[in-house]
Design a binder for this molecule. Structure first.
Ligand code: NOJ
Length: 537
C-alpha cells in the first residue's frame, strides 16, 4: 500500500493568518477547524500548521516556550485535539511544525540553563567563555540581521549561541537529556493523533559543533543579506544534523504511517543526503530548488531533471520520494515573484510533477505580496535588516475569504495583525464559482492528480520542446499525460513526441480548451500550459 504522503498534497497554513475565530485579529486553531470544509472541497490531503505553541512571538512562533501546549492566541490544547480529530473526520492529515534547533529564551529549560553555571540544565544550550580577546568565541553571525550569533549573559559571564535571534538560543542535541525531552515532544503529539512533522531548519541541528570561525564569503557586497557575509562551513549541513534526523525518524517509526519532513535548503546533490544513507532520516527533505530557480523553461527543466537524476543515483536506495515547494512563509508570494500568468503555469507544474507537492495557503488564489506600511512591519528580519526586500510579512497576510470589510478573516470592527491587502486582491468567494479563476484551476488540477495514477505516482520523463517551453510526460497505471508549459509571452507550436500521435486536452491554464483534440502539434497561447491525456495509453 503506498504511503499517503506520497500520493498526497500538503497545504501549509500560517495559523496567524488563516481564520480568526476569537475576534483579536489573529488567526487561531478553532478558525482553522471552521475552514476544514474549504480544504476538503479544495481536495488537499494534509495540512501543515506553522508553530502554534506558546511563544513570546519574537519570531512569530519559531521561538517556542513550551513544545507541548498551545499559545492562548491560537487556542488551547483541547482546541488542538478538536482540530486534529475534526481534520481526521474530514479525511485530512495534520502535520505540525517541530522547531528542532532552538527554543525561545523564555522556555523554562533556557531560564534554568541561564540561571547559573552549575544548574543541571546549563548544558542544554551552548554556553562558552569569551575568546582570548574577550569577544565572542567564534565569528559566527545570526540569521536575522547578521549580528554576532553569541549573546553575552551578564549574570553568569558566558556567551550563549543563537543561530537566529538572541531570543532563540540553540539547543544542545549532544546532551542525552535534551534528546529525550525533545523526542518525547514527538511522542506527545503523535499520541494525540498528529500525522507527522515538518522539522524546522533540520540541517542546523547541532550535537558537537567545532568551535571554529566561518570563512568570509568573498562574493558578498553591500546590499546583500548581511548574514551572507560568511560562508557556513561550521554552522550548517554537518554530520550532526543527520544524527538528529535519524533520532527523530526512529521515534516517528514507532508509530504507523507518519511522515517526517525536513526543512533543508540545498541543491539536489546535497539535499538527497537527508533521506539518510539507508533511507532512515527524512521521508521528504523539502526541495526548494524551484523557488530559487530562474523562471525560464530551461532553468526549471534543468532543476527538475537534475533532481530526478540525482534521485536515480546508485548511492540511493531507489525508494526516495521527490517533493516540490513553490511558496512558503519565508519567501515572497509566487504570483509576485513570477507574475500572475506564470503563477497559473507554475500550479500546473507543481501539481503534475512526480513527487509530493506542498501548496502555501492563498497561493491557490494567486495571492500577491501585500505592501506593508513601515509602521506595521512585524517581521524581525525586516526590522533588523531593513530595505533589502528580506521581510516576510508581505507573504503572511490574512487569507481572503470574501468581499466583506475584513475579507471574512476577522470581525469587521477588528484590525487584522497584518493588512489583508488591496480591494482588488483575490478572494475565495469571487473565485469559487468562476470556472476561469486560479482557484478553479488549482482545484481541477488537484482532482485530476488524485484520480490519475500517472500523475500521482507515475514516472517522469522530460521531452524535447521549443525554446521557452518545458515539456514532460507522466506515465503509469495505464495512464499517460503530456504537459507543455509555455514560459514565454509568445505563441508556441509544440510537437507531440514521436511515440504519441494523438490526445486530448484534459486541462489548460487558459479558459476552456477542455477535450480539444490534439494531433501531432499543439499550439499554445502566450503563458499557457496544457495537460494532454494521451490516446490509448
Ligand atoms: C525557518 C522557518 O521557516 C522560519 O520562518 C524561521 O524564522 C526560522 N526557521 C527560524 O526558526
Amino acid at each position: 500500500m503506498p504511503n499517503w504522503w506520497k500520493q498526497g498534497i500538503v497545504y501549509q497554513i500560517y495559523p496567524r493568518s488563516f481564520q480568526d475565530s476569537s475576534g483579536d485579529g489573529i488567526g487561531d486553531l478553532p478558525g482553522i477547524q471552521e475552514r476544514l470544509d474549504y480544504l476538503k472541497w479544495l481536495g488537499v490531503d494534509a495540512i501543515w500548521i506553522s508553530p502554534m505553541y506558546p511563544s513570546p512571538m519574537a519570531d512569530f512562533g519559531y521561538d517556542v516556550a513550551d513544545y507541548t501546549d498551545v499559545d492562548p492566541r491560537f487556542g488551547t490544547l483541547e482546541d488542538a485535539q478538536r482540530l486534529i480529530d475534526a481534520a481526521h473526520d474530514y479525511g485530512l492529515r495534520v502535520i505540525l511544525d517541530y522547531v528542532v534547533n532552538h527554543s525561545s529564551n523564555e522556555h523554562p529549560w533556557f531560564l534554568e540553563s541561564r540561571s547559573s553555571r552549575d544548574h543541571p540544565r546549563r548544558d542544554w544550550y551552548f554556553w562558552k567563555d569569551p575568546a582570548p580577546d574577550g569577544g565572542p568565541p567564534t565569528n559566527w553571525i545570526d540569521r536575522f540581521g547578521g549580528n554576532s550569533a553569541w549573546e553575552w549573559d551578564e549574570q553568569t559571564e558566558q556567551y550563549y549561541l543563537h543561530s537566529y535571534l538572541p531570543e532563540q538560543p540553540d539547543l544542545n542535541w549532544g546532551n542525552p537529556e535534551v534528546q529525550e525531552a525533545m523526542l518525547n515532544v514527538l511522542r506527545f503529539w503523535m499520541d494525540r493523533g498528529v500525522d507527522g512533522f515538518r522539522v524546522d531548519v533540520a540541517y542546523r541541528a547541532k550535537v558537537a559543533p567545532q568551535w571554529r570561525d566561518n570563512p568570509p564569503n568573498t562574493d558578498w557586497h553591500e546590499g546583500m543579506d548581511p548574514y551572507k557575509r560568511l560562508q557556513e562551513t561550521y554552522t550548517k549541513n554537518l554530520p550532526d544534523a543527520h544524527l538528529v534526523g535519524r533520532l527523530l525518524r526512529d521515534v516517528v517509526d514507532e508509530y504507523d504511517d507518519r511522515v517526517l519532513i525536513g526543512e533543508v535548503t540545498l541543491q539536489p546533490e546535497r539535499l538527497v543526503a537527508y533521506y539518510g544513507e539507508n533511507n532512515d532520516e527524512y521521508h521528504l527533505p523539502f526541495n526548494f530548488n524551484l523557488i530559487h530557480s530562474d523562471w525560464t523553461a530551461e532553468a526549471v527543466r534543468d532543476q527538475v531533471d537534475r533532481y530526478e537524476q540525482v534521485l536515480r543515483s546508485p548511492r540511493l536506495s531507489g525508494e526516495e520520494w521527490p517533493n516540490y515547494v513553490l511558496g512558503n512563509h519565508d519567501v515572497h508570494r509566487l504570483a509576485s515573484r513570477i507574475g500572475p500568468e506564470q503563477a497559473r503555469v507554475a500550479q500546473l507544474l507543481l501539481l503534475t510533477l512526480r513527487g509530493t507537492p506542498t501548496l502555501y495557503y492563498a497561493d491557490e488564489l494567486g495571492m500577491p505580496n501585500v505592501d506593508i506600511p513601515e509602521e506595521m512591519v512585524q517581521d524581525p528580519w525586516e526590522i533588523n535588516a531593513p530595505g533589502l526586500g528580506l521581510g516576510r510579512d508581505p507573504a503572511r497576510t490574512p487569507m481572503r475569504w470574501d468581499d466583506t470589510e475584513k475579507v471574512g478573516f476577522c470581525p469587521p470592527d477588528v484590525e487584522p495583525w497584518l493588512p489583508s491587502g488591496p480591494e482588488e486582491a483575490p478572494t475565495v468567494s469571487q473565485q469559487k464559482d468562476d470556472a476561469g479563476s486560479m482557484l478553479s484551476l488549482v482545484r481541477r488540477l488537484i482532482e485530476l492528480r488524485r484520480s490519475s495514477p500517472a500523475l500521482h505516482s507515475g514516472s517522469y520523463q522530460s521531452l524535447m520542446a521549443p525554446e521557452g517551453v518545458f515539456a514532460y510526460e507522466r506515465t503509469g497505471g495505464g495512464d499517460a499525460f503530456i504537459v507543455f508549459l509555455n514560459m514565454t509571452d509568445k505563441e508556441q507550436r509544440c510537437p507531440l513526441p514521436p511515440h504519441v500521435s494523438k490526445g486530448s486536452i484534459a486541462l489548460s491554464t487558459h479558459l476552456n480548451r477542455n477535450d480539444e483534440r490534439v494531433e501531432l502539434n499543439v499550439d499554445l497561447a502566450p503563458n499557457e500550459g496544457v495537460l494532454i491525456a494521451v490516446d490509448g495509453a
